[in-house]
Write a protein that binds this ligand. Sequence first.
Ligand code: HEC
Ligand code: HEC
Length: 228
Amino acid sequence: MTQLKGPRYDFIKLVSTRAVWRFATVAVAMTGAAYAKDADKAAVPPRELQGKIAYCENCHGVSARGFHGYYPIPRLAGQQPEYLKNQLQAYIERRRTNNIMFNVAHVLDPAMLDALTTNLHNLDPKPLVGPAPKELLAAGKKIYDEGLPNSDVPPCASCHGPEAKGDGQLPRLAGQLSDYLFNKLTNWTKERGQDPKNPDASSIMQPIAHSLTEQQIKAVAAYVNTLE
Ligand code: HEC
Ligand code: HEC
């Protein structure tokens, strides 16, 4: 990593020291504590929670493992609660544009958000693997573990973790649908960070998504899709 240079890389390096992320996690944890107090007052009745999860599974698949429909719908199982909450909030605030998820998210109250994201985090179904070709896996693993020093791309592992499990607002990528990942990485600036007055964590991924070629995205997406 040390051979990477340039102001953009310095910025990324700063963030990927994880000191910043630990700080972010503390901030989010404090918000979580505030939510927890609210949740104590108005705990979500188990039947209501199960009903809501069943509703999410209509689109996100059995055990929220993802679903290949008209377009790929992401896996939510095992995802980091802070990341899930931030994305749901991003849809509500239109920082991340998607009309379907705006409609789903804007009716969720804080207690339900807390209960849902904890519950989804605890699901652990096997990844829904495919349809990416297997011969891309080795190249994908190399990008994931080592980055692309010539293109200023740091190792994905430095932020998303060696096993791609994520941490705080850094999402889990393990087991995520490869075609969903492909769509997100090729459309990054059209969907995320859409409110310049309200910048968010999406700006950290933006230069990385931008620097990857379609072939490199296919490879790294195929690789993380196979991780449990
Ligand atoms: C009508 C179908 C539908 C339903 C119901 C639905 N979703 Fe989604 N969800 C989607 C689609 C489509 C996407 C991908 C949108 C995008 O790419 O921005 C998505 C994306 C998401 C994401 C972003 C995931 C990521 O990896 O960034 C989260 C979080 C999410 N949904 C949570 C939920 C939760 C929680 C529920 C239930 C309360 C739910 N969804 C119900 C269709 C649905
Ligand atoms: C400097 C830290 C950092 C590095 C390095 C990094 N990411 Fe990310 N990544 C993030 C952050 C932060 C987010 C959450 C963005 C948001 O909240 O919108 C993210 C989100 C993503 C998402 C969206 C996940 C979803 O469910 O929609 C994908 C895909 C992704 N990263 C892939 C990669 C790949 C592939 C690499 C390596 C080539 C990589 N990232 C390297 C910080 C990083």
